[in-house]
Design a binder for this molecule. Sequence first.
Ligand code: NAD
Length: 448
Amino acid sequence: MRQYFDSGITKPYAFRKQQLLALKQAVVVHEEAIYAALYTDLKKNKEECWVTENGFFLAELNDTLNHLRQWMAAESVRTNLLNLPSGSSVMREPLGVVLAIGPWNYPFQLLFTPLLGAIAAGNCVVLKPSEFAPATAAVMQQIITSTFPPEYILYVPGDGATVIPEMMNHFSFDHVFYTGSTAVGKIIYKMAAERLVPVTLELGGKSPCVVESDANINIAAKRIVMTKFSNAGQMCVAPDYILVHVSQKEKLVAAMKEKIVQFFGERAEESDNYGRLINNKQFDRVAAYLSQGNLLFGGRKDRDSLFIEPTLLDQVSLDASVMNEEIFGPVLPILPFTTPEEARAVIARHPNPLAFYVFTASTAKEQYWLEAVPAGGACINNASWHLTNPNLPFGGRGFSGTGAYHGRYSFDTFSHKKAVMKTPTWFDPALKYPPLKGKLKLFKWIIR
Ligand code: NAD
């Protein structure tokens, strides 16, 4: 792969465009196989897949194709007085051979979206899918191996704890792009540090959702229920818990119950809009949360079919594990607050969340909350949809990650910004050269 990259073949615009088109074509050809695999792994229906997996990916790919030439162009910048009449520009150059590591919850989108950004930026890519979504991993392998030579895009399935250290400890990647848990993110960061390899870490955490006293409760309930129980809550930006103004708690809970029944029926296990937990390990972890509060709604479960009902909890202790671990399942604690300070103190127990949501009718409150809570991203009167706009950077900060991607931000993540200064030879004032003695006054005038 190193030789292939060094040959320069991946750099021209025409090559990048051709590879993106080939990838697009392969994904379109495999559409039904992708749906079947995602149904096998996570019981997602085709509509949900289109919005969150293959359709999402294709929209981002089309956006990239539309802008690639413009993104690749050198960017002219101003030159300061000291350096006139030089010209200055920023050139985006490919990083080289990059490693992209994916998780299992959106196994297709979260591996292929970084892939398209890395191809657009002119890199060679090693792809490591999650071993916990094996049907989707098999279809992605088929797509990659039938479309690209392995010296350009190499697909490496297998147990992450084995194959990732094997690769990272024996080869110096030019970048590692990792999506997954914070715990494994730390392992990746340490291995990368040994070889000073730059990383993007797309991690998880507890994304809070504040519902203010003046919120439109019907809209808040609808939008929170939609995203929280999508993919059975296994979404990195799902609202992890709700902080609702005490005056609206009853109304919000009633509205959320109504929406759950409206979206998934009285028996969510019979709904084809409702997903399943990925495996027994995740089922057991999430099922343990069901007894950590008072059940306001839901609570039924079935280990054989990996089903956990959409569940609302209140009276949870801040010391319970449900309030200290990322829930990553269909369980939603609801905590009342009286003053914003009280709510902020709860949020501050897990700083720098990946996402933060506020439902309010007041721009003053919106501004207050946006400034009060440092977070990877945020939505006002909405939840999770910010990540579907390719014009917004998607990423965390601190424990929820480092770096960002999507659209132009992906291109920049997988490019090096090379500073270039070009100086004409027709002008070469003697004052720049030694002897410097006696030129201090002049230098103070030029450099200030
Ligand atoms: P995970 O950490 O178990 O696995 C992610 C990847 O790491 C897999 O490819 C796996 O093979 C590999 N891996 C596992 N153990 C490893 C080890 N010891 N050494 C090296 N690699 C190893 O994560 P997950 O359970 O698949 O995903 C769930 C987490 O990911 C949640 O915390 C969620 O919030 C987060 N997530 C974040 C985003 C985001 O965009 N920020 C998106 C989806 C998921």
